[in-house]
Design a binder for this molecule. Structure first.
Ligand code: ADP
Length: 736
């Protein structure tokens, strides 16, 4: 019966190919992720750097614009101190201004008084009527601050083209009397932008203090003078420098970087198209993805190929492994993998080992089966977990089960002899609790007859300590049991024969004992005859004589009854027997014989009322034997020195003792135990069985019999028996 079954295959088991594919993905994907992160990080830094440098460019353009303003201011300052103006020579000043204008980036120079009246303009010939200007915002600012300034864009009063002015105050007697202005066209600013040579795709613009576009890299004609995007206007209000994502007026998504002059409040904005900003990043990422995908494809293809090779090698070994398990010679095909070849070699070796082991096991199984069959030994295994019973063929034969007949604990118990089934059930329960067991019991097979079976077994527990299996063997011991019973019968017969032999030896004494009542009966009968012959017989006397005859007859009858009981072959049932009464009965039986041998008998019966559970006849036999041995031992003792002492006593531990001591030849110390061996005798006509039988009888009563040497002379024989009711203590208190 096999208790270990192969474990079920794992459901989530993963193939070699899938494992390798996972390995490939596991290697490449994290690397690609790291590369992606590095690329993004690199471009983030690049972009930050680009934006920082773009802010610098915006600042530089703004500085160039401011520098243009300041050089014009400086030229105007210089012109304002011309002596023509100081003298009020406007005609001379006009000529001077026309000359100075050539040095400036301006298309006209005008002089305005504090009231906003145009006093002179180089755009007109001197003396031509001049239009009235009124107080412009720039004039107001110059008058208020006393500092030079730049106007916002405005349409020219004549012609309407966009322009702006740069003005410086002209003081007379400490007060600002006029403003000397240079008018310029934003076209010059556009030239300044173009000179920066920024990428063509960038959208750049110069914006005046009010947020209108003065110059633009693209579509200036369309956007000049128009307010810039509301987003940029908002940003300009928040900070003088910065960058943000927005959409240009012509609808291009850009990252705009701007810088505003704290002096003129004009600004420069550079818009880098977002496309351009992320193009590099997108290109790099696209490359990365392409390379990653290619690496994955290559890796997976390799994984598929290599995994296939490994899987083929492993699968090629599955068949040989199964062959090893079933004890066949595994055929290992040539394999591509070195390790698989090594495994194949190991399988071949394992196969050889398995085959040898199987052959050996078969051999030993056959031997065991033969031995079991020869011994009529049945094997049985009880699975406590599944409550199933497996039995060998010889077990079935022994218990009379057909080959296909199911066997269970209950069907087994049905075959057990009713007197033994409780004991068998008990040991089976003990075994199921993990105890070993050993029992002999009778079975009644259905084909009839009675079989004796010796069964022993033990329990096997699982790793958790819980009993799982009970394994046992059952042996047919019917022959042995029959032999034992026969031997017991023979022993009884020998015991009986010994008893008869003892009585043969006693016969002289018995004849003597019987002779007494018979003689008395005879003389009493003769006396009665004499009395009856008288003419007047004394009937009272005759009656007394007859009473004597009856009494003597009863005495003789008692002697004969006692003898008959000793000759009786039947075993009497054990019953409580008074020890002292048995001793007294035996002494009465032997008294005459002992006396005729000149043996003085003394007795001290200390165990008054002590009862033992015994067959009284067997007990008598023991005592007669011991007394006659004592008598024999004193055969050579001088007359008058022959004495036997009989003693009974209660031991402290619930046992009673009978001691028979003599003054005979004694027993050498070395032979004290030997005398109990069968056929040990020192007597010429002795059989050497008496003491052996006596010990057998005493042991069967749960007692002990042994010999001791007396301190002075002779030997003592001790019989120790458990008191009735104290048999449970059998085996305890044995002499050392
Ligand atoms: P048997 O009387 O036929 O010899 P037993 O078994 O009764 O057989 O006795 C065996 C031997 O033990 C005797 O031959 C004798 O040597 C010795 N023996 C028995 N009882 C005594 C005794 N009381 N004193 C000395 N020896 C004894």
């Amino acid at each position: 019966m096999r208790s270990s079954e192969p474990p079920p295959p794992r459901r989530q088991a993963i193939g070699v190919r899938a494992s390798l594919a996972l390995l490939v993905v596991g290697c490449i994907v994290p690397m690609a992720a790291v590369a992606g992160f590095l690329i993004v990080d690199f471009y983030t830094r690049e972009r930050a750097q680009l934006l920082a440098s773009t802010v610098g460019q915006a600042r530089a353009i703004m500085a160039a614009v401011d520098a243009g303003f300041r050089s014009t201011e400086a030229a105007l300052q210089a012109l304002s101190t011309s002596h023509q103006l100081e003298r009020g020579d406007l005609a001379g000043f006009h000529a001077r201004a026309v000359e100075a204008q050539r040095q400036m980036e301006a298309d006209g120079v005008i002089l305005i008084d504090a009231g906003g009246n145009l006093l002179m303009s180089t755009r007109r010939a001197y003396g031509e009527p001049l239009p009235k200007l009124g107080p412009t915002p720039l004039l107001k600012r110059i008058l208020a601050t006393g500092r030079p300034g730049v106007s916002n864009l405005f349409p020219a009063p004549v012609g309407g083209q966009l322009m702006y002015t740069i003005g410086v105050p002209v003081r007379r007697d400490g007060a600002i009397a006029m403003s000397l202005n240079a008018t310029a066209s934003p076209v010059q600013l556009a030239a300044l932008l173009a000179a920066r040579k920024l990428p063509d795709s960038w959208r750049t613009a110069i914006i005046d203090g009010s947020g209108k576009i003065a110059a633009r890299s693209h579509d200036i004609a369309r956007f000049a003078g128009r307010p810039t995007t509301p987003a940029l206007l908002r940003q300009l209000e928040l900070a003088d420098e910065g960058g943000f994502e927005t959409t240009t007026l012509d609808g291009i998504p850009v990252y705009t970087v701007y810088s505003r002059s704290p002096d003129s409040r004009w600004s420069v904005a550079l818009g880098i198209p977002l496309d351009e900003l992320t193009a590099g990043l997108r290109r790099s990422l696209a490359w990365l993805i392409a390379v990653t995908l290619a690496a994955l494809a290559l890796g997976l293809a390799l994984a598929w190929r290599i995994g296939g090779g490994i899987a083929r090698s492993v699968r090629a070994l599955a068949g040989p492994a199964a062959a090893v398990a079933s004890g066949e010679v595994p055929a290992i095909p040539p394999l591509a993998l070195r390790e698989a070849n090594e495994l194949g070699l190991a399988l071949q070796q394992a196969g050889a080992t398995v085959r040898t082991a199987q052959a050996e096991r078969r051999e030993s199984e056959q031997q065991l089966a033969l031995a079991a069959e020869a011994a009529r030994m049945g094997i049985w295994v009880r699975d406590l977990v599944r409550e199933r019973v497996w039995v060998s063929a010889s077990w079935r034969e022994l218990f009379g089960f057909r080959p296909d007949e199911p066997v269970s604990v209950e069907t087994l118990l049905q075959r057990v002899h009713p007197d033994d089934s409780a004991a068998v059930r008990r040991v089976l329960e003990q075994a199921a609790r993990g105890e070993r067991y050993e029992i002999e019991y009778r079975i009644e097979p259905p084909q009839g007859g009675l079989c004796w079976v010796a069964s022993r077994g033990s329990c096997e527990a699982g790793s958790d300590g819980v009993p799982r299996l009970v394994r046992g063997v059952a042996l047919d011991i019917t022959q042995r049991k029959l032999a034992e019973l026969e031997m017991q019968q023979k022993q009884r017969e020998v015991t009986h024969l010994a008893r008869v032999a003892t009585l043969g030896e006693l016969s002289g004494a018995l004849a003597h004992e019987l002779n007494q009542p018979l003689t008395a009966i005879l003389s009493n009968a003769q006396a009665a005859q004499r009395f009856l012959r008288h003419s007047t017989p004394d009937l009272l006397e005759v009656d007394a004589i007859l009473a004597d005859i009856v009494a003597e007859d009863q005495r003789a009858g008692e002697i004969i009854r006692r003898l008959r009981r000793l000759f009786d072959k039947r075993e009497a049932p054990r019953q409580p027997v008074d020890v002292n009464q048995v001793v007294i009965g035996v002494l009465r039986l032997l008294r005459n014989d002992l006396l005729s041998h000149g043996v003085a008998l003394s007795s001290v019966l200390g165990a008054g009322g002590a009862h033992v559970l015994a067959d009284s006849v067997q007990l008598q036999q023991v005592l007669i034997n011991l007394l006659m041995n004592a008598c024999d031992a004193m055969a050579l003792t001088e007359a008058g020195g022959k004495a036997i002492g009989v003693r009974t006593a209660l031991d402290d531990d619930g046992w009673v003792r009978i001691i028979i001591a003599d003054c005979g030849s004694g027993i050498p110390a070395a032979a004290l135990e030997q005398v109990f061996a069968p056929f040990y005798s020192t007597k010429e006509s002795g059989m050497g069985l008496g003491l052996s039988i006596c010990r057998g009888i005493v042991s069967a009563h749960g007692g002990q019999l042994w010999a001791e040497s007396n301190p002075d002379r002779g030997a003592s024989f001790h019989v120790r028996l458990p008191l009735a009711g104290a048999e449970a203590a059998v085996g305890q208190g044995a002499p050392a």
